[in-house]
Write a new protein. Structure first.
Length: 149
């Protein structure tokens, strides 16, 4: 009987330690999953792009570019302000990169589409701030998207 008492105490301590470790791991994972879930929660509409001297409205007079991340895959789809597109992306923490569009419609477009695609190739990070998706190069915000309606 005396031998079983220490084993019972050791089992309880082991289970308690296992529970604490599980809680810590789940807490760390929950923050990452929550951030990624926000990325996939909406289609996003461009509201700001850096660089060109042409006004935002001049670049995209009719249709604002949109981007939508497909949950469970490495694909995005969207509209570059003129043509629809689909391509792959790589996501690792807050680091993100985009491949050249693999599928795209081929309508003639103004300057907006070229500016959009060129800027997308420069993006290396993302963050979601105040419900808006920001694409960055280093610490500089290059593009900002709002949830699309």
């Amino acid at each position: 009987m005396k031998i079983n008492v220490p084993l019972t105490i050791m089992k309880k301590q082991f289970l308690l330690l296992l529970g604490i470790l599980s809680f810590i791991v789940m807490s760390c994972t929950a923050n990452t999953v929550g951030k990624d879930q926000k990325l996939y929660a909406n289609a996003w509409e461009l509201e700001y792009i850096t660089g060109p001297r042409i006004t935002f409205q001049g670049l995209f007079p009719d249709t604002k570019p949109k981007i939508e991340f497909t949950a469970g895959s490495d694909m995005i789809t969207g509209n570059s302000g003129c043509n629809g597109y689909a391509t792959r992306f790589t996501l690792k923490g807050d680091l993100i990169s985009f491949a050249d569009p693999q599928l795209s419609t081929m309508m003639y477009c103004g300057d907006g589409e070229a500016v959009f695609r060129k800027t997308m190739k420069q993006i290396d990070r993302y963050r979601i701030t105040d419900g808006k998706l920001e694409f960055l190069t280093g610490d500089v915000v290059m593009m900002r998207f709002k949830p699309a309606l």
